[in-house]
Write a protein of this length. Structure first.
Length: 272
């Protein structure tokens, strides 16, 4: 007999995959969307709050505030749960001196772009201030796998490679990100919700992959690759995963190894 889980944002990229993973593991899962929000006083079991805004947060500032701060903090006050895991982001480390979970973060309230980080950080602060060790935060890095659309950089270039046989990079070849596969991500989230010893974790691969590395692998797979001249450099910091690795083990598979499989999966979807 598994545990009871309630996943908010169950139609989203992470939420949908997490629901499937938990059910495969034998857990009972209530998948929450806007249509079946729980009533005040509900018993929710282990909560994973995966709802929030993604690429369109700039066009919906009030929605970003509502989904990433107001709703999760209300749930803490109005419902009952065995544990509560809030999904945040490693975007918070932009400008920080380190990517350790205890690092001081930098934000600029005068910059509307920072509303994403501000709303995430506000919820983190509120949740971690609660005198309950079962209320936790997971800061997710760039998650990839099972693409259905082109809402992310990696998805866009893979769909272009699959459909056109070519990719045009609009950023410098030295640009880089820390990528974590979706299956490993949801596995870690389930473990954190059930057994974590700490209250905040970076959920990432722990190493960066450059656009040049991706381009060279795609070229090896027969894809034509071009880079925009004088393109901007977008390099994200390498994420410190020491705490997660020590407790749950390091994630060994990397993006470059998985690119051929990802490309074949997208080609299959494109031909459906």
């Amino acid at each position: 007999m598994g545990e009871q889980f309630t996943v908010f944002g169950a139609r989203g990229y992470i939420g949908e995959a997490l629901v499937q993973h938990l059910r495969t593991q034998g857990h009972q899962v209530q998948a929450i969307t806007r249509d079946n929000w729980p009533e005040k006083g509900s018993q929710l079991g282990h909560v994973v709050f995966a709802a929030g805004m993604a690429a369109n947060y700039r066009q919906n500032l009030i929605g970003t505030l509502q989904s990433q701060t107001i709703l999760p903090t209300k749930l803490i006050e109005e419902t009952n749960f065995s544990s509560f895991l809030y999904l945040s982001s490693t975007r918070l480390y932009g400008g920080a001196s380190s990517t350790d979970e205890d690092a001081k973060l930098q934000v600029c309230p005068q910059n509307a772009e920072d509303i994403y980080n501000l709303t995430k950080a506000t919820s983190e602060c509120y949740l971690l201030a609660q005198d309950n060790p079962k209320i936790r935060v997971a800061r997710l890095s760039n998650v990839y796998g099972q693409y259905k659309n082109t809402n992310s950089f990696l998805a866009a270039i893979l769909w272009s490679a699959a459909q056109k046989g070519e990719v045009f990079f609009e950023t410098d070849a030295a640009s880089s990100k820390d990528y974590i596969p979706l299956d490993k991500c949801v596995d870690r989230l389930a473990k954190i919700a059930l057994t974590a010893e700490r209250r905040i974790y970076n959920v990432a691969r722990g190493e960066r992959v450059s656009h040049d590395q991706i381009a060279r692998k795609l070229s090896d797979l027969g894809i034509a690759v071009r880079f925009q001249k004088n393109a901007p450099l977008q390099s994200f910091p390498e994420i410190n995963t020491a705490k997660m690795d020590a407790e749950f083990g390091a994630i060994k598979s990397n993006l470059i190894e998985r690119l051929p499989m990802l490309l074949e999966e997208i080609k299959a979807k494109a031909n459906q």
